[in-house]
Design a protein around this ligand. Structure first.
Ligand code: PMV
Length: 332
């Protein structure tokens, strides 16, 4: 058997309607449907090479070799790909680079697992469709399934594994929205999302959040398709606050906000009152994503720079699907 080496690239994504909690943790089947926008400026490029001369999987991210739980998670994902192939036993050399600063405190698991899945599946010659690649990425990190298709992506909640994947609801060119990210604390998060999803199970506020989530998801999809900024902005903020209400009331409590987080949220509220088309959203961390229209971007970037606690700003437009950039015969 000849082995391939493949390089793939995937964008990170920012959810307008958040995924939080699972109906099945092992298979990462989500408790609710979510909706996101791929981020063109935040990409992970990953090369996977299955080699006969390797005794164990070796993974480098931004020049550093992974160990411990982070490595185990990638190895488990490579095992899924080897078992789908059937007879592939070779270990892999995985080299991954993020286009955004590793110290920005931004999640790279979505772009990371999407790029890993697409590269490893290509290197193993699996010939999978986009929906199958998305579903497979989901096992590495739930939100990664939304980084496989392009543009604005929905991930519907289902009990069946083969119906749980990301699908494009509107392509890249549908609406020139931007994400201006205010980095207020570059430190890595103390409690990762895998553990956070489990904590939601025993939280009574999660039930209330889920009751409202379907309505918010439908409103967000319809506002997005209609390019109705005011409706979309309202539901983005409401959903982010519902997520953080659950996080804060989990046991142990997940309080991701820093003083700079709140300073940016308040500033965004002020800019909205002045008529700017901007809304905030926050993931499992302190940084604030200011979702805005193209026309508002320059002003938002300029004003964010003087909000107390803002250390850097990253700006992104809507990103495309995960792609295989190259494939060749492997050396080892
Ligand atoms: O894919 P995970 O397990 O890292 O979870 C992502 C959770 C949030 O970023 C908070 C929300 C989302 O939908 O991306």
């Amino acid at each position: 058997m000849r082995l391939l080496k493949a390089t793939a690239e995937a964008c990170a994504n920012i959810a307008f309607i958040k995924y939080w909690g699972n109906r099945d943790h092992e298979r990462r089947l989500p408790a609710n449907s979510s909706l996101s926008m791929n981020l063109a400026a935040l990409r992970t490029r990953t090369t996977v090479e299955f080699r006969r001369d390797l005794e164990s999987d070796t993974v480098q991210v931004d020049g550093r070799e992974l160990g411990g739980k982070a490595l185990d998670r990638v190895v488990s994902h490579l095992d899924r790909i080897r078992s789908l192939h059937g007879t592939l036993r070779e270990k892999a050399l995985v080299v991954s680079e993020n286009s955004f600063p590793a110290d920005a405190g931004l999640a790279s698991s979505a772009s990371g697992f999407a790029a890993l899945t697409v590269a490893a599946a290509a290197a193993a010659g699996l010939g999978l469709r986009t929906d199958e690649l998305s579903r497979l990425s989901r096992y590495g990190s739930g939100s990664a399934c939304r980084s496989v298709p392009g543009g604005f992506v929905a991930w519907d909640a289902h009990d069946e594994d083969d119906r749980s994947f990301g699908r494009t609801v509107a392509p890249v060119g549908h609406w020139d929205l931007r994400d201006v990210i205010a980095i207020v604390d570059p430190a890595a998060k103390e409690v990762g999302s895998t553990e956070g999803h489990r904590l939601a199970d025993s939280n009574p506020f999660q039930k209330a959040r889920l009751e409202g989530s379907t309505g918010r998801y439908r409103a967000a999809v319809s506002a997005l398709l209609a390019r109705d900024w005011d409706r979309l902005a309202a539901v983005i903020e409401e959903d982010a606050l519902a997520l953080h209400a659950v996080m804060m009331t989990s046991r142990p409590s997940l309080l991701y906000w820093q003083p700079g987080t709140l300073a940016v949220m308040r500033a965004v509220r002020g800019w909205k009152a002045q008529g700017l088309q901007v809304a905030f959203t926050i993931d499992a961390g302190p940084n604030v994503h200011c979702i805005c229209t193209a026309a508002a971007t320059g002003e938002i970037e300029a004003m964010l720079a003087s909000v107390p606690g803002v250390m850097h700003i990253l700006s992104s437009g809507v990103g495309g699907p995960a792609v295989v950039l190259s494939s060749s015969w492997a050396g080892g």
